[in-house]
Design a protein around this ligand. Sequence first.
Ligand SMILES: [Zn+2]
Length: 124
Amino acid sequence: MALVDVEDVGTTVRQKLPPHRRLQVWEATGGRCVLCDQKIDGARERWIAEHIRALELGGVDDLVNMGPAHEACALEKTKDDHHRAGKAKRQKLRHIGAEASKRPMPCGKASPWKRKLSGEIVAR
Ligand SMILES: [Zn+2]
């Protein structure tokens, strides 16, 4: 048994969305974009089933967290979500003390240099 699970605990696993579920997502708002609140013309405009709270930010992969969105609107939101998820991960690393120090101790374990018992300093 592995002690370390490689799966990122902060990210929810994404399920495949079958057509009937995609229809449910559409019906949830009556075809209104959850991001810009404009009506989506399903026949002419490309739309996706958007996770209102991003999976990588701990949102659930369920209908209550989903709604239709224009592809263009979703692209903007995804960029913002990635930005926020990256920040959240950096904050968590700092909070639990797992972040590598930006100023390692001279010749310490995190330093690229080490001092031998003889006093000689060599690259690791
Ligand atoms: Zn939109």
